[in-house]
Design a protein around this ligand. Structure first.
Ligand SMILES: [Zn+2]
Length: 124
């Protein structure tokens, strides 16, 4: 590997080894170092941290209301450490850092995050 390759490559701890988007099941499967995580599209949509969603959560102080059948349509890499998610309800403003998705998937390191946000991570 040349020096240039090393610089261009994302940090190994951030980018998952596998990204599998399942539109039928409504899940996003991610694998980091052999650790599997399956996140539902609904939970991902509810966990959007754009200013609009943050404000809605703060105002209502509840889990962000989204349709049960909302689907993740597209994943767009955003630099080495994050991605942009495009949802079927037209929402495409959310930036999801890999570290944030890891917290969602594996917890329990949710310190400092409001309950109205972390509650949305789980499908009840
Ligand atoms: Zn949002």
């Amino acid at each position: 590997m040349s020096c240039e390759d090393a610089i261009a490559a994302p940090p190994p701890s951030a980018w998952p080894d596998t990204i599998h988007l399942d539109g039928q099941a409504g899940t996003l499967e991610l694998v980091w170092d052999g650790r599997h995580a399956v996140l539902s599209h609904r939970a991902l949509r509810r966990s959007c941290r754009c200013s609009v969603c943050e404000n809605t959560r703060r105002a209502l102080d509840v889990v962000l209301p989204v349709a049960d059948d909302v689907r993740l349509l597209k994943i767009e890499p955003l630099g080495p450490a994050a991605m942009h998610l495009v949802f079927s309800d037209g929402h495409e403003r959310g930036i999801y850092p890999w570290t944030y998705l890891k917290q969602m998937a594996f917890g329990p390191a949710t310190g400092g995050l409001p309950e109205s946000l972390t509650k949305g991570w789980r499908d009840e």
